[in-house]
Design a protein around this ligand. Structure first.
Ligand SMILES: Cc1cc2nc3c(=O)[nH]c(=O)nc-3n(C[C@H](O)[C@H](O)[C@H](O)COP(=O)(O)OP(=O)(O)OC[C@H]3O[C@@H](n4cnc5c(N)ncnc54)[C@H](O)[C@@H]3O)c2cc1C
Length: 450
C-alpha cells in the first residue's frame, strides 16, 4: 500500500472531501485482501485503520525475548484461502512442538498420560460430534445449506455433551477441549459452530486439532499481512478511527473519522469485529438483525497468554474444565534456555493475560513443578477495536444472524472472519470474506459505470 495517494478531490456540499471508489474500514486480513483485490483492478481505494499498525487481531510483537503472536497464529493447508496467500507470497510455515504428555483435570484431580490415552478419553464425544457435523453440514462452505438447522442451533456444546452417554471424566475433559476452541464457556458455545469447525476439517476432529494448533508462519502473521499490503497500491491511513458512515441519495456514502476527515465513497467495506459494530454511527441505521447480533456479543470472551518458565521443558499439553482460569496450555518454543508456553482461558474478566500471579496460580492446577518467570499477552476483550478474540457463535446465532450479517446495507458491505462462511473465526475466514465482498463491490462499481 502506498502513502502517495491518488487524490481525487471533489466538492460535496460546502466541504472538500477526498473521493474514492471504495473506502475500506479496517486493515485486518479481511480489509487488506479486499483493498488489494479492488486496487489491483484499478479502483481508487483507501483503507482507514484505527490502530497504528495493520493486522488487526493478528499481531506479531517482541515479548519475553522472542517474536510472539499476541493474536491469531496457526494456519494450515486445509484452510484454502490463507494457504493460497502463503503460496502467493512465498512464505513458510513451521510446526509447533508435538506434545509428549498430556495433563488434564477431571474430578478435581490432575492426571497425566500419553496423547493416545487423552485422545481415548475425548474420542467418544468427539467421534459422535464429528459424525453429526457431516450430517448437518454436508457442504461446509455453505453453512446454511440445510433448512432444518434449528434442531441443533438452539443447543450449546454443554447441552449436547450432557445428552451423550459419557463417563463424568469424558464429559468434563471434552468440555475443556471445546472451551479452548471457543475461548468461552461451553454453556454459551453454540453447537452449530462446533459442528461447522469439524465439518470444514472434513468431519475429522483429529484433523481439526492439527489445523487449529499445528503450524505457524515462520516469519509471523505480520509477514503475511505486510506482503498483502505491499502488493496493493490502495492508500493506507493508520490512526484513522471511523466514527460515522452516512449514505446519500446518489448511492454513495461519506465516511468520517474521529479527527473530522471525510471521505466520499461509491462503496464502503466495513470489516469491524461484530462486537464493535455499534461504535460507528451508520446513517441510515443498521438493520435490526445486525444490531441484535452486536448486542448479544459472541461466545468468545477469553484470553491468550504467553508464559516463560525456567529451563527446557519437554513438550506437553494441558486441558482443564471451563471453570478454571486457564483451560489449555501448550509448549511452544524456547528462549535462552527457558521454555515459552502458550495458554488460553475462557474469561478475560477474571484473569488478565499479563497477570503473573494469576497465571502462575492457574498453571499450578496442572503442574506445580514449573517456575514462572514472566507472562505476556494482549487483552483483546478490553481492546476498543476488537472487544472479542476469535469470533464464535452462541446458540441460535447461526440461523438467526449469519445471513443477515452478510447482507449489504445500501452501499456498505460487511466482511471479516465474524461473517465468514467456511473457516469462520480464523484468518482463513477473514480472507475468504474479503475476497467475496471485494467481488460484490466490484460488480456494484461496474454496474454504476466505474
Ligand atoms: C488471541 C487470538 C488467537 C487467535 N488464534 C487464531 C489462530 O491460531 N488461527 C487463526 O486462523 N485465527 C486465530 N484467531 C482469529 C483471527 O486472528 C481473526 O479471526 C482474524 O485475524 C480477523 O480478521 P478480520 O480482518 O476479520 O478482523 P480484524 O483483524 O479484527 O480487523 C478489523 C480491523 O478493524 C479495525 N477497526 C476497528 N474499529 C475501527 C474503527 N472504528 N475505525 C477504523 N478501524 C477500525 C481494527 O483495528 C482491525 O484492524 C485468533 C484471534 C485472537 C484474538
Amino acid at each position: 500500500m502506498t502513502d502517495t495517494m491518488r487524490w481525487d478531490p471533489s466538492e460535496c456540499g460546502e466541504l472538500r472531501m477526498d473521493s474514492y471508489d471504495v473506502v475500506v474500514i479496517g486493515a485486518g486480513f479481511a480489509g487488506l485482501v479486499a483493498a488489494r483485490e479492488l486496487a489491483l483492478r484499478g479502483h481508487a481505494v483507501v483503507v482507514l485503520e484505527a490502530r497504528d499498525r495493520i493486522g488487526g487481531r493478528t499481531w506479531t510483537d517482541e515479548r519475553l525475548g522472542r517474536r510472539l503472536e499476541m493474536g491469531g497464529t496457526w494456519v494450515h493447508w486445509l484452510q484454502p484461502h490463507v494457504w493460497s496467500e502463503i503460496t502467493r507470497y512465498g512464505l513458510r510455515v513451521e510446526a509447533s512442538p508435538v506434545a509428549q504428555t498430556v495433563h488434564w483435570i477431571a474430578g478435581g484431580n490432575a492426571h497425566e498420560g500419553s496423547p493416545a490415552e487423552f485422545n481415548a478419553l475425548i474420542a467418544p464425544a468427539m467421534d459422535r460430534l464429528a459424525a453429526d457435523s457431516r450430517t448437518w453440514f454436508p457442504l461446509p462452505h455453505e453453512p446454511l445449506h440445510r433448512a432444518d438447522l434449528d434442531w441443533i442451533d438452539h443447543l450449546s456444546v454443554a447441552d449436547y455433551l450432557s445428552g451423550l452417554d459419557l463417563t463424568p471424566a469424558e464429559r468434563e475433559v471434552t468440555t475443556g477441549v471445546w472451551a479452548e476452541h471457543f475461548n468461552g464457556p461451553a454453556a454459551v458455545s453454540g453447537l452449530a459452530q462446533a459442528m461447522r469447525w469439524c465439518a470444514v476439517a472434513s468431519g475429522n476432529w483429529q484433523l481439526l486439532h492439527q489445523a487449529t494448533s499445528g503450524h505457524r508462519l515462520t516469519e509471523g502473521t505480520a509477514a503475511l499481512a505486510g506482503a498483502i499490503a505491499a502488493d496493493s497500491d490502495a492508500e493506507l491511513r493508520l490512526g484513522s478511527v471511523v466514527t460515522s458512515v452516512a449514505q446519500d441519495t446518489g448511492g454513495g456514502a461519506t465516511v468520517t473519522t474521529a479527527d473530522g476527515s471525510r471521505f466520499a465513497a461509491r462503496q464502503v467495506i466495513c470489516t469491524l469485529p461484530l462486537n464493535v459494530l455499534d461504535t460507528i454511527d451508520f446513517q441510515p441505521a443498521l438493520p435490526a438483525a445486525k444490531l441484535a447480533a452486536n448486542a448479544e456479543r459472541t461466545a468468545s470472551q477469553g484470553l491468550k497468554t504467553w508464559i516463560r518458565v525456567r529451563g527446557e521443558v519437554p513438550p506437553f499439553t494441558g486441558y482443564a474444565p471451563d471453570d478454571h482460569d486457564l483451560t489449555f496450555v501448550h509448549t511452544e518454543c524456547t528462549v535462552d534456555g527457558d521454555t515459552l508456553l502458550v495458554a488460553f482461558g475462557t474469561r478475560a474478566a477474571d484473569l488478565a493475560p499479563d497477570d503473573v500471579e494469576g497465571v502462575t496460580r492457574a498453571l499450578r492446577a496442572w503442574r506445580e513443578d514449573l517456575e514462572v518467570l514472566d507472562v505476556a499477552g494482549h487483552d483483546w476483550m478490553s481492546d476498543a477495536f476488537a472487544r472479542e478474540t476469535w469470533p464464535m457463535q452462541r446458540p441460535g446465532q447461526l440461523t438467526a444472524y449469519l445471513a443477515a450479517l452478510q447482507e449489504p446495507h445500501g452501499a456498505v458491505r460487511f466482511a471479516g472472519s465474524d461473517v465468514a462462511t467456511g473457516w469462520a473465526g480464523f484468518i482463513d475466514g477473514a480472507i475468504e470474506s474479503g475476497l467475496r465482498v471485494s467481488r460484490a463491490a466490484r460488480s456494484a462499481l461496474r454496474g454504476a459505470g466505474a
